[in-house]
Design a protein around this ligand. Sequence first.
Ligand code: SF4
Length: 754
Amino acid sequence: MPDSAKTQCPYCGVGCGLEVLPPAQPGKMINRDEDGTPIWQARGDKAHPSSHGMVCVKGATITEVLHKGRLTHPMVRDSLDQPFRKVSWDEALGLIVDRIQQVVRTMGADGLSMYGSGQFQTEDYYVAQKLMKGCLGTNNFDANSRLCMSSAVSAYAQSFGADGPPSCYEDLDLTDCAFLIGSNTAECHPILFNRLVRHKKKNKDVKIVVIDPRRTATAEAADLHLAIKPGTDIELLHGIGSLLLRWGKLDRDFINQHTDGFDEYVEVLRHYNPHQVADRCGITIAELTTAATYWAESGSVLSMWSMGVNQSSEGTAKARSIINLHLMTKQLGKLGAGPFSLTGQPNAMGGREAGGLSHLLPGYRFVTNPGHRAQVERFWGLPDGRISDRPGRTAWGIVEDLEQGNLGLLWVAATNPVVSFPDLERTKAALKQSPFTIYQECYNPTEMVEYAHVLLPAAQWSEKTGVMTNSERRVTLCPQFRTPAGESRADWAIFAEVGRRLGFGREFSFNSPAEVYAEFVRLTAGQPCDQAGMSHEWLGSQGPTQWPFTVPKCDLSDRKTNWLGKPRVVEGFDPKASSRLYTDYKFYTPNGRAQFLACHSKGLAELPDDRYPFVLTTGRLYEHWHTMSRTGRIPKLAKKYDNPFIEVHPRDAEQLRIADGEWIEVRSKRGKARFVVKVTRGICPGATFVPMHWGALWAEQSEANALTHAECCPISKQPELKACAVQLLPIRNGKVQEPMGFESTFPSFATVVS
Ligand code: SF4
């Protein structure tokens, strides 16, 4: 094991650089956790070009949880009501291989499904989808990025012809005006938020506009907070577009030379009268006009968005409506400007590059494109037609197909759908019907363990080597620096071993993750996400590198030119060359032109009504990560919140006669949960907010997703986890006050805010 290591934080998509040091340092006390166990130390890596030494509390405390609550041995059971028994890897893998062969024989390969994770390293993704899509011939490999970023993926692909955020973090230091749309950046991407705020402090004219129904910590820092009604994002974006059009604030030359579809877009904008838009969004015309003025008068405009845009039944259309504004005003391909999706997970970007969604193949290829399938089949040495031309089962499709008996084997890895999926009661019921579920995970217990027949212990970040790509397309090598817990193995190694046992010895003859990555990058050569110049060796010696990166491999034997503080002098390598995409305004569409999308706003999939008069919106907190498998086990993070809470506006609290600190029951058409009330003017009347982190393991009956629904964006198939209609029921003397007490008199959300 090394004396120290440089790596990337394994939590969010900011992808901050970490430097980790062993527990014993010369002249210092041994570093220990609160139980006295010696642990590694993590600190910001000043040399990492994405974060310059900055880390948030999650990155700084990551080493406190690496050894806790680990799954250490393979375990199996015949049915969900039996206890697990410990088995050898040989027995577990033999069972899995037998079962895969049986399902393929009886149901065909589409009877299999794998559901992976943005916590995977790129090597894990690559081997998993090669096994499923290439060798087994089913595209049923999806990942939790489907719940997180797939609307951004679809929007980029439709507008520009390829996925990939065009901007970079340096744009935060250069922009004149930042729009933060559906993103509580201060809590969810804190290091980027701090960077933007620092830029604004130094440059008083810089504007920050936040679009969010909640007055979040992010909104507090804004020049303008547009607290729009949930589901009115497209209205607002079209309202801004309509004003820019009226004012003639367009770039006609750029539109004519480099885009298609502008006339259709203008036709749509004509339906968005600014006064009516402001009214429908629940803001004033002055606020709308100010936002449009900031856009019109800024030399560079940067739009950053995350789940508030993506997790929507019209997520792709929302993201494309942002991109439309950038195309209309030529706000991309230059310093400080561009549409910029902020990725949720540390390597959701790497997953997109490696084909880690059920409609993708490695190198930003699509399963529906015959040329792309043929390229990948040839590369993998597979017979023509082996890769299916049908997009595979998406995240929610797994639930639907379990209900219909179409699934013979489900393999879930590094994710916790029993907390993160929508409509949890339906999700749990479907998982109970699964004939055979493999769960590959680092931690035990998690909520998902209860639904597994086989548990496979996975080595986690720190215990395996691989790469991750952050939101600005920067790839960082994350080396192993600790011994894997118990018998745990790297995810890619588990998938490769199953592949070999299924008879694909040649396809999975990898001896190391470096060999896996070397094969993957060859598939990216000439593609938009070209990493052909990268290798573990390159990244280890030259440091984190942005794609596209096609520089031929250089002689790296001169280790004086390394990442550890020495200057980069590799001939032909300009570290800034890939900072921004589309600087030449050549796009990846067939005719090389970017595409406007003309779409009307549809609003929320589930509107409030008399019975369910509130809109519930869900989100994340600074201290916690996803379903708390890690952060719930770190006392200094867990202690911040005793219980999950619900934000309620004072006017609503008064009408319901509920006070701050009281418990209430929240019900939707699908389920119910209980939360402590937090009365705050930070949420608009008629709306409520609940954090999504808590599952059954961490609090009783407090799952936000017990309430949410599974209506998906028809293009990205991303569920609308951000909004559903609910009722709020006070609990008095331990008894829930049934709806009759207020339902006839309480005004619905639509009435209240219009
Ligand atoms: S901002 Fe994200 S990547 Fe950076 S330290 Fe925090 S959790 Fe890790």
